[in-house]
Write a protein that binds this ligand. Sequence first.
Ligand code: 5GP
Length: 189
Amino acid sequence: MPEGKLIIFSAPSGSGKTTLVKHLLHQNLGLQFSISATSRAPRSGEVNGRDYYFLPEKDFKERIQKGDFLEWEEVYRGTYYGTLRSEVERIWQNGHHVIFDMDVVGGLNLKKQFGDRALAIFVKPPSLQELEKRLRSRDTETEEKISERLNKAGSEINRAVEFDHILLNNELSTAAKEAESLVRLFLGK
Ligand code: 5GP
């Protein structure tokens, strides 16, 4: 396998990690985004092969059986997410480092597999109240989904100490600068 590195951003849903990852992708750091597979339906505006590989649940489960995933998880009840081995290999073959946006369990799982080859960053929302506000302002989720995500956030925040760094996302431009310097330091850029 080629010698690329892994940059992992994990956080409760709504913490702003996706925005931070997008910022980093524009900084000429030689990063490429790992597109996850999921069994959930696309939200409006999401494109297959760009935002996710959208797989029917049956196909997702077949690929688990075949050992196609580096990690996978039933992130929410009945909804599967995972990182395809082929996706990461493709990015390394292209000479890039891989950047991930994933939940806390998946992020720590990858960190455990790759050790010093991986930089695992936990993005911490200022508070659960603020997280709730952000989730509601998205306006894409049902009330049930919002409370499921908030419940999960509490236990995710408890695992923050297991990451290499905790990045507080209070003010986005500050967090983005901090994320950039952490990644530059790790990659020696
Ligand atoms: P969403 O449905 O909002 O796009 O994502 C739900 C959650 O699944 C987020 O916390 C997201 O980071 C996580 N997720 C996305 N891709 C993966 C993946 O490949 N593996 C794991 N374990 N979680 C993922």
